[in-house]
Design a protein around this ligand. Structure first.
Ligand code: PFF
Length: 462
């Protein structure tokens, strides 16, 4: 007999779990470095606009599809459309979950490994980012280190998901999310009280519009998707454990706010310390693993803050990884009738194995190039730049045009009567963003990802 579907114990539990999915490496690792590379504050403003006009409406749509159908992404599309085409779109989400989790846990594994590095004081002698970069390369070239921590991180993720929606994911989020906020506040205070940290504040808070390019806008839009876990059904799956009494727009607003505030605070904590110690804010993906260890070597009590920082990063990654695995598990439980425990063990192991080539992209497979990219970069590109925007595009088209905004609104109003009462503009805004703005803007991001946009612009301007 099929197992009974679990539900969140409370609305708060759902918000924490969904915010846990949203807040991850994207906020603490990726957001600061892409903001650093694209001009700081001006980028932040563009990013906030993208979150408000695309992220929030699509997030509401995803949660709604899940809650209305009480199904995983494949089941949700199947139930609402009855068409094989849309069912494939749901399947694409499950596939994206597999792929993202496979390389996400490699980076999370580095973070876990760096907790141990900070405990043994490995960063204390670094004076330059080159020395710290060499240390990173030395660690990632060791098979036992890179696969070992990738595996350990997976094991923890599997244990949480194995315990179930209430006892694993919800309970885990209720413990981990407050710790995450607490750690971030300590690191922020440390960063802001360093002499010379003002420059970091200025960098992140005063916009320099000359630095904003079309490319930066597209990066901001793409990141809005990644950071809110949109486009692959993670929020749909979490929404499917929700009951009709809770307000979706209210919860979505809180998830977006939490995600944005945490990204900004992480950016402030990191840049205040980076500027105070004279490091390069535009160091790219190496900002966390190359630049920050030097920062920790230079500040008083640095090894303790290093430990707290990598603990924070690992917790953030864990609550996101859980949601990725849950998408895959929910699919096999709902659609294929698997037992939850069996699905977690089998697909947890399969995804771990799929991550090994990504892990090896930093050592023995460093020269293996597919379409000019390493396996790791290819998995990241395919999932973040193609599958997520494509999924987001299809979800907004589906809810706005196929299921229909009016039918969706009837469901959306369940539990959200107060949110919409006397606020007709909220309905109008959601309708407009979802029907027109999101599909058009996401489509442009997608074209850009496929390199088509630049070719079209060249062709027009020739
Ligand atoms: N939102 C996560 C982050 O910012 O790190 C990444 C992510 C998690 C993307 C879950 C997609 C997803 F389904």
């Amino acid at each position: 007999m099929a197992e009974k579907r679990e539900h969140w114990g409370s609305k708060f539990g759902f918000i924490l779990a969904a915010a846990g999915s949203a807040i991850g490496l994207g906020n603490i690792w990726k957001f600061p470095y892409i903001a650093g590379e694209n001009g700081g504050a001006a980028f932040v403003v563009v990013y906030l606009i993208c979150i408000a006009i695309i992220g929030l409406p699509v997030l509401i749509a995803e949660i709604l599809m899940g809650r209305s159908t009480q199904r995983n992404p494949v089941g949700a599309f199947k139930k609402l459309s009855g068409s094989p085409f849309w069912t494939v779109v749901g399947g694409m989400g499950v596939l994206a979950g597999f792929i993202i989790l496979s390389f996400y846990s490699v980076v999370a594994g580095w973070s876990l490994g760096y907790i141990f590095e900070s405990i043994r004081g490995a960063f204390s002698n670094f004076t330059t980012a080159t020395a710290s970069g060499d240390h990173f390369n030395m660690l990632t070239s060791k098979l036992s280190w890179i696969i070992g921590f990738h595996g350990l991180f997976f094991l923890i993720t599997i244990c949480v998901v194995y315990a179930g929606v209430n006892k694993g994911i919800e309970r885990g989020s209720k413990i981990m999310m407050p710790i995450l906020v607490f750690l971030l506040v300590i690191l922020l205070i440390r960063g802001l009280t360093l002499p010379g940290s003002n420059e970091g504040l200025r960098f992140l808070l005063y916009p320099d519009w000359s630095k904003i390019s079309g490319q930066a806008v597209l990066i901001a839009l793409g990141h809005a998707f990644f950071t809110l876990s949109l486009g692959m059904g993670a929020m749909m799956t979490y929404g499917s454990y929700m009951s009709d009494k809770d307000s979706i727009p209210g919860a979505a607003l809180q998830i977006v706010l939490l995600d944005t505030v945490i990204a900004l605070l992480a950016g402030l904590a990191i840049f205040s310390a980076v500027f105070a110690t004279g490091q390069d804010p535009a160091a790219g993906p190496g900002l966390i693993f190359h630049t920050l260890p030097v920062v920790f070597a230079k500040i008083p009590g640095g090894h303790i803050f290093a430990f707290l920082f990598f603990l924070l990063l690992t917790i953030a990654a864990l609550t996101s990884a859980i949601s990725l695995l849950e998408v895959v598990v929910a699919f096999f439980v709902d659609e294929r009738g698997w037992k939850r425990h069996q699905a977690v063990l089998v697909f947890g192991s399969v995804t771990f194995l799929l991550g090994i080539p990504s892990a090896l992209s930093y050592n023995i497979m460093i020269n293996v190039q597919i379409f000019g990219m390493t396996f790791f970069d290819l998995a990241d590109f395919l999932a973040s730049n193609i599958l997520l925007p494509l999924g987001g595009f299809c979800i907004s088209i589906f809810v706005a045009w196929i299921w229909g905004v009016d039918r969706a609104l009837v469901k959306l109003k369940n539990g959200a009567e107060q949110f919409f009462e006397n606020y007709q503009w909220r309905v109008t805004a959601w309708r407009f963003f979802l029907k027109y703005l999101s599909p058009v803007l996401i489509f442009i991001v997608l074209l850009q990802s496929m390199g088509l946009l630049t070719r079209i612009i060249d062709w027009i301007t020739k």
